[in-house]
Design a protein around this ligand. Structure first.
Ligand SMILES: [Zn+2]
Length: 437
């Protein structure tokens, strides 16, 4: 076998001895170790010259063209003759085929990319390469371990929750009591840069967030200037933990606030229907027929469509609570749109007053609650209006996370799922590295 065939074969550290093809075109490649470091004892590093015997293994490899190839590796077992060495004997190995490897390094990586980037399920990849589930999964874990390193510092950090599945009850193995598993994860996203999902932690408590942040370096924590969250008290208190993020300003964006205002509109509509009709809404009720229009922004409606919605609901609801809620929602949207005027202070304070006055004068309980929420979170809302920082990117990652979870048919192991999701969602950041791997 000449040198060029060895190069073509492409496994460094081994020399091909013989290639034969069987009736159905499957190639058998027989090879020896060809690496002077392979005879060095892993215990003491001294190169051995005393052969103890030979061992033959058949590691799996990537297919050659359209047909699979079978590898047969004849390795030497060496004795270690150094007196001070604990190791009596050892079997040689090379980088691409470490001790006890069932697959070549390149097959492990190929399976790792298929699982991590193509989001194929582990069992499907294992079957297509004729290996076991743990072997395919190890290929991915090894690859992920090299690709997913500690995140670089970020200027704007996004924190958000995703639902992992249905709540589950498991029996604790030590105490025997039933424990409820929290089906929520907290995700940490690089909003200012391109690192994607930085990490994921199971649970959505203050301790979850503090735990993840404490595991990062002081340099990482000091570098965070803004943290974008939805208006959740547990996340805010975590970020405000003394000395945790000394330079961070909390931001709550329009996305979550408009969602809260929409909730208020829907609650008022449902309550008014119950008060007037003692039943749930039906298609014949004008407020029910207009339920989606009520949540739409005024600028996204035609004048005619708006007038029709207004007149129909006005005729039905003499207390005007539904339309009051609609106006409060639009006043809040106007206030948040000040971000487009560069957060002009006079305009902001004028619009905030108008929103508060409207909610207070309406005396609609749901609007008083909404106004109270805005009042509580005003410094963080104002931070959004002046900076325009938004958590919308986090929401995009949440969609991706759900997609990966679906393809994996649900995860039972939280660490495995976090690794898979992080690997998949950081694809764009890795695009340049992947070609060299
Ligand atoms: Zn030794």
């Amino acid at each position: 076998m000449d040198q060029s065939t060895t190069v073509l074969f492409g496994l460094p550290g081994v020399r091909v001895d013989r290639v034969s093809t069987d009736d159905i075109g499957v190639r058998l490649v027989e090879f020896f170790t060809d690496d002077e470091r392979a005879a060095a004892c892993p215990g003491c590093g001294v190169v051995s010259t005393s052969v103890k015997g030979h061992a033959v293994t058949r590691p799996k490899d990537i297919p050659y063209g359209e047909v699979s190839i079978l590898l047969q590796w004849t390795k030497t077992r060496w004795r270690c003759r150094e007196e001070y060495c604990q190791r009596g004997s050892f079997t040689e190995s090379v980088d691409e085929l470490p001790p006890r490897a069932r697959v070549t390094g390149r097959l492990g990586r190929a399976m790792g990319w298929a699982i991590g980037d193509a989001a194929r399920s582990v069992s499907e990849v294992a079957t297509s390469h004729g290996v076991s589930w743990p072997t395919a999964h190890r290929g991915f874990v090894d690859l992920a371990g090299r690709m997913l390193t500690e995140p670089d510092p970020v200027r704007v950090l996004g924190i958000d929750e995703t639902r992992r599945g249905k709540p589950r009850w498991d029996r604790c193995t030590t105490t025997g009591t039933w424990v409820r598993t929290d089906p929520w994860d907290t995700g940490f996203v690089d909003i200012s840069g391109s690192q994607g999902l930085l990490g994921q932690q199971s649970g959505r408590t203050s301790a979850t967030v503090v735990g993840w942040l404490r595991a990062r370096s002081a340099q990482f924590r000091d570098g965070i200037e803004y943290v974008a969250i939805d208006p959740a008290a547990v996340y805010a208190s975590a970020v405000r933990t003394p000395d945790l993020l000394p330079n961070a300003v909390l931001v709550v964006d329009h996305f979550h606030l408009v969602a809260k205002a929409n909730d208020a509109v829907t609650k008022v509509r449902q309550r008014v229907t119950w008060d007037q009709r003692s039943r749930r809404g039906r298609a014949i009720d004008p407020e029910w027929a207009n339920r989606r229009r009520l949540l739409r922004g005024r600028e996204r409606m035609s004048d005619r469509g708006f007038a029709r919605m207004w007149n129909e609901i006005d005729a039905q609801d003499p207390s005007a609570q539904i339309l009051s809620a609609y106006i409060a929602k639009e006043e809040l949207r106007t206030l948040l749109s000040t971000v487009r005027d560069g957060g002009d202070r006079h305009r902001t304070s004028h619009r905030l007053q108008r929103f508060f006055t409207w909610c207070a004068d309406s005396q609609v309980p749901e609007l008083l609650t909404l106004a109270k929420m805005v009042d509580t979170w005003w410094p963080e809302i104002n931070a959004f209006i002046t900076t325009g920082i938004t958590n919308a990117k986090t929401e995009g990652y949440n969609r991706l996370v759900k997609q990966v979870k679906r393809s994996a048919c649900g995860f039972r192991n939280v660490d495995n799922s976090a690794r898979r999701i992080r690997f998949h969602t950081t694809r764009s950041a890795r695009a340049s590295i992947q070609t060299s791997c």
